[in-house]
Design a protein around this ligand. Sequence first.
Ligand SMILES: [Zn+2]
Length: 271
Amino acid sequence: MREEDTVCVGSDGLQYCKACGEAKEAFFPKGDFMGMKKHSRQCACDRKAYEEEQKYFKDKEHRELVSRNTSICFDESRMEEWTFENADMSDAVMHKAKKYVDNWEKMKRNHIGCLFWGPVGTGKSYVAGCIANDLLKREVTVKMTNFNTIIDDIFPLADKTEYINALASYQLLIIDDLGVERNSEYALGIIFSVIDRRIRSGRPLIITTNLPLKEIKSETMLDKRRIYDRILEMCTPMYVGGTSKREAIASMKMEKAKTLLNANRGEEKCE
Ligand SMILES: [Zn+2]
């Protein structure tokens, strides 16, 4: 569009925007400046366009940061789908998990973590994944991993401290499935170092485990005892029970299949 189409000259001699009616020029307050009487100014349309451009770049930067942090957070991309939006929010634990992220600043300040415990297949990892994804969207750095991966990663490293310090530096660390890893003295030593370093960093830690809380609290083996003591110091135990999520999905699918099959039979009858 040519400029003459969008501006007109007012009775004061200044150019005005035809769209918003605001002046696109203004007089210098003290008469003239280096021989010039007027200078250009932004009309409402110019300001709006500028704001939109700023917002576009800010949003783009945010999306890129979240996407980068998300790919660092998870070992498996399917975990990116574990969100509160996709979850059954009538579930009591899900509700508590959402409260945790909504109060994240307080949780962080008070070094509060969670210990999600309960039987296999009840969705403990899923709950932790929902917390991770929600915080990632708020530009929080999160790492969700497990001790088998950590032990494999650390084994060949000359400088193990650097790796352990890196795990302590994420704003939230989630260790999935504690208790399934090897029980060797070496493995337990690494686990203790990671947990201990994390707790000393003062940053929150979330653990999921199939181990019963009673077992965690009454462990007598010294190498494990000192690990569990550290965890209980910082992580609030939360039971994740009820029907196994996998069983529930399977039975839902079965019901759906039954309904569909019966409906089809019904249609056949009508013909
Ligand atoms: Zn305008």
